[in-house]
Design a protein around this ligand. Structure first.
Ligand SMILES: [Zn+2]
Length: 228
């Protein structure tokens, strides 16, 4: 029994919940969880049926992608996950989905401005589009590592899908749901061809400041999980 068992189990439960809610389809997407205080993370295996997955199928890697546990090939995006953990000390969980409404916005390269209070509080100032690069390439990894430095917790990858972060898996899952709600509401609003209103700039900045405070607390180890 390995030291990462509980972490691997959390990945399995998250994937199954994401499939049930319709955010993960077929074998698309990938999910990972950092082991705080260690240069290691658990990540879903490549091209594997989420509903058949058990904790034993989850891979554990160090940040140089050396395998520590697991018998399957890790996700082709494992290097992207490692790069994000190295760039963002506040991120302990990453969910990459092909969720439909956020994916639709990537096709028209339309970022989501600050539309709702809870969006700014949990996802950041906006949800930007990360320019297209093929999956599993160094080009995609490098582009993403630069974008995530703006401290937002959700991104949309052009012609691909969504990338969402949290200080823990529960928050990352919550952020996936907020993103999809915002993407759908924004798409519907755009379809009216009327002007889409945003929240006031001052409100956006106050909400983002709270998010930044959380992130700094996580980085300094002061954040109590589940606390405000
Ligand atoms: Zn993908």
């Amino acid at each position: 029994m390995g030291q990462f068992e509980a972490f691997k189990q959390q990945i399995v439960e998250t994937c199954q919940a994401l499939v049930e809610k319709g955010y993960l389809m077929a074998t698309g997407g990938n999910v990972s969880l950092r082991k705080p205080g260690q240069n290691a993370f658990a990540v879903t295996p490549s091209n594997y049926d989420y509903l058949k997955m058990t904790y034993d199928d989850v891979c554990v890697l160090d940040f140089n992608l050396n395998p520590l546990e697991g018998h399957l090939k890790p996700s082709v995006e494992a290097s992207m996950h490692a790069a994000i953990y190295q760039a963002r000390g506040d991120v302990n969980a990453i969910i990459h989905t092909h969720q439909v409404y956020a994916s639709a916005l990537t096709l028209i390269k339309t970022p989501i401005p600050a539309l709702f209070d809870e969006q700014a509080r949990f996802l950041g100032r906006s949800v930007e589009i990360i320019p297209y690069a093929p999956s599993g390439t160094g080009m995609l990894k490098n582009t993403i590592s630069k974008h995530v430095l703006n401290h937002n917790n959700a991104f949309m990858m052009q012609n691909h899908g969504a990338l969402v972060f949290g200080h823990d898996m529960e928050r990352a899952m919550h952020n996936v749901e907020i993103l999809e709600k915002c993407a759908l509401a924004y798409l519907l609003a755009i379809c009216t061809e009327r002007k889409v209103s945003k929240i006031p700039l001052a409100v956006r900045e106050i909400a983002f400041a709270k998010l930044r405070k959380d992130q700094k607390n996580v980085e300094s180890g002061k954040f109590e999980l589940g606390g405000e």
